[in-house]
Write a protein that binds this ligand. Structure first.
Ligand code: AMP
Ligand code: MN
Ligand code: MN
Length: 332
């Protein structure tokens, strides 16, 4: 049932205690899911299975999931498209969702209690219980703490799913969120049975050819602007068709833009057809932290982290690109 009290911050122990008593749960993450979103769902659904709790997963949107994460247990069975109807005794667990809108959850909020587990600093605390820790390197790190607090069994499968969120959100332990804690957690997960090089093969060395073809097209549109500080590229609908690729293949392509010498901000724009309308989906990255890209994304109704953020616009690619260039020029 929906918690009677006003929204509040929960502790990992409280959330673990609550999870143990759940009648039924729905696990939700954000549209266009990444390794952290899918790692959370996989680990959580596996754990609910171990604890005997009836559970289902849901991700809004219809776009194909990034193929590099399909090896994670439970992920292929996650419901897509319209949100499932939820009985009053169901608790909805949100993972890695900076805002309610991104989880499309306004469609099923009426009855169920909401638990909000996330590491985005701009998360407004939309849950009845909120476990939001911007210092956590990934949302799987917070989930890992919940499992530890509950004394839940951490087997190799669950540990692997948690590890995928950690390794991808930290850029393979290279981004600024790679804290000593991140390394300690990785060590503990490895001790629990994660085969690190096998995960590496699945996530980074199983790239479908269409994804590389899409990268080729993104590189063919690559421009560096503002004296080399801003790297931009874009992918049109036609690029996706010609590469034989879908939105899931765009995951991580921006990492190639951010590598360029001297680049401080990277932007990758892609055309997205949704309900017959063309929209532009934007990924933003700050390499050195000198510009807070989440603040930029907020101006256009998006969100994210200081160094990795995004938004979706009804404007076309060139108009959005011009806006980004103006904003970055003013800010840097
Ligand atoms: P992406 O560029 O899609 O990999 O997303 C980078 C970061 O920005 C992630 O933390 C996302 O959750 C966040 N993000 C991307 N798009 C949006 C959006 N439209 N609204 C809010 N947050 C977003
Ligand atoms: Mn995410
Ligand atoms: Mn995350």
């Amino acid at each position: 049932m929906r918690a009677a009290e006003s929204p509040r911050t929960g502790t990992v122990a409280e959330i673990a205690g609550r999870l143990r008593r759940e009648v039924r749960v729905l696990a939700v993450s954000h549209e266009a899911p990444d390794g952290d979103a899918l790692g959370c769902l996989s680990a959580f659904l596996l754990m609910c299975g171990r604890l005997g709790i009836p559970c289902e997963g849901y991700i809004p949107g219809e776009s194909a999931l990034p193929p590099e994460y399909l090896f994670l247990p439970q992920v292929k069975d996650v419901r897509r498209g319209t949100a499932p109807s939820v009985e009053p005794e169901t608790t909805v667990y949100f993972f890695d969702c900076a805002s309610l809108l991104r989880s499309n959850s306004h469609e099923f909020l009426a009855e169920a209690a909401r638990i909000n587990i996330d590491h985005h600093a701009d998360n407004p605390g939309f849950g009845d219980f909120n476990l939001v820790d911007p210092a956590a390197p990934s949302t799987t790190a917070i989930l890992y703490e919940v499992f530890k607090a509950g004394g839940f069994p951490l087997d190799a499968e669950v540990a692997t799913a948690l590890y995928v969120g950690l390794v991808t959100d930290t850029g393979r332990f290279q981004y600024a969120n790679t804290t000593p804690y991140a390394h300690h957690m990785a060590a503990a997960l490895q001790e629990a049975g994660v085969d690190v090089s096998w995960v590496y093969r699945q996530v980074y060395e199983s790239t479908p050819l269409p994804k590389l073809m899409l990268l080729e097209r993104a590189l063919s549109h690559l421009e560096v602007r503002l004296g080399g500080a801003l790297a931009v590229s874009w992918l049109s609908n036609e690029d996706f068709v010609k590469a034989g690729a879908d939105e899931g293949h765009a995951e991580g392509l921006i990492d190639t833009l951010r590598r360029i010498h001297g680049v401080r901000v990277a932007a990758l724009l892609r055309e997205k057809v949704s309900e017959g309308r063309i929209q532009t989906k934007v990924s933003l990255r700050s390499t050195d932290g000198s510009l807070n890209v989440a603040e930029l994304a907020h101006k256009r109704g998006g969100g994210g982290h200081a160094r990795a953020a995004g938004f979706t616009s009804d404007e076309g690619v060139s108009a959005v690109l011009a806006w980004i260039e103006r904003e970055v020029e003013t800010a840097l």
